[in-house]
Design a protein around this ligand. Structure first.
Ligand SMILES: [Zn+2]
Ligand SMILES: [Zn+2]
Ligand SMILES: [Zn+2]
Length: 117
């Protein structure tokens, strides 16, 4: 295309026209294309939500508003962690052991990856 130089996105490794890149260093410090930027932003947003809901959860645990339960999958009581199916509801917690918590996140990641396409 005339007037548009291709640029390589460091994230998806695709050569894309420059208008697919945000020039603002603050918005796009890693120089990745708009599509990747959107995915990264969504991931950061989810991460921030996760951290926030974890903080609320630990306060609720300490004050006794929330009580740890055995893993919902296998009934194990040690190293049980609270999982948030909905980050908007930090006190809506599913209790899962390390193994099942990791499995649940792997499942969610797969779901998200499929919906990202
Ligand atoms: Zn990209
Ligand atoms: Zn379990
Ligand atoms: Zn979780």
């Amino acid at each position: 295309m005339k007037g548009f130089k291709d640029k390589n996105c460091k994230n998806c490794k695709q050569d894309l026209p420059v208008y697919m890149f945000k020039q603002n260093k603050e918005v796009n410090p890693d120089n990745i294309c708009n599509k990747c930027l959107r995915t990264v932003k969504r991931r950061e947003y989810r991460y921030a939500k996760d951290v926030a809901s974890r903080q609320i959860m630990s306060i609720a645990l300490r004050s006794g508003h929330l009580i740890k339960q055995p893993c919902e999958e296998c009934g194990q009581v040690s190293s049980v962690d609270g999982h948030h199916p909905d980050y908007e509801k930090p006190l809506d917690v599913i209790w899962l052991c390390k193994v099942h918590h990791a499995r649940e996140h792997a499942r969610l990641r797969k779901l998200l990856a499929e919906s990202d396409v």
